[in-house]
Write a protein that binds this ligand. Structure first.
Ligand code: ZN
Length: 91
């Protein structure tokens, strides 16, 4: 049974997904969310390009914390706009 996840949860899974570290069920939930949510899909594509860009430059380092923060805010901004209300949730 695949449950629906929120944009906030999707934001937490994106790096695990890109790193191939999600459990199969979590990955299925994540992918299901992407099919329904273009904002998160766009953010994942953006993040994938960032990672490709960094790899192309020959650096083995992962994206900086600042960059991850920016992508996370991108998700959260999308979540608030998409639901027609302000989404504020404790972390
Ligand atoms: Zn979403």
């Amino acid at each position: 049974m695949i449950r629906e996840i929120s944009c906030q949860e999707a934001a937490r899974y994106v790096y695990g997904y890109l790193d191939g570290e999600l459990e199969p069920r979590t990955r299925a939930e994540f992918l299901q969310h992407l099919e329904a949510c273009r904002k998160c899909l766009g953010a994942v594509e953006f993040e994938r390009r960032v990672i490709d860009f960094i790899r192309d430059r020959g650096s083995s380092e992962s994206p900086s914390p600042g960059l991850r923060d920016r992508v996370r805010r991108l998700f959260e901004a999308g979540a608030g706009a998409g639901n027609g209300g302000s989404v504020t949730r404790e972390r």
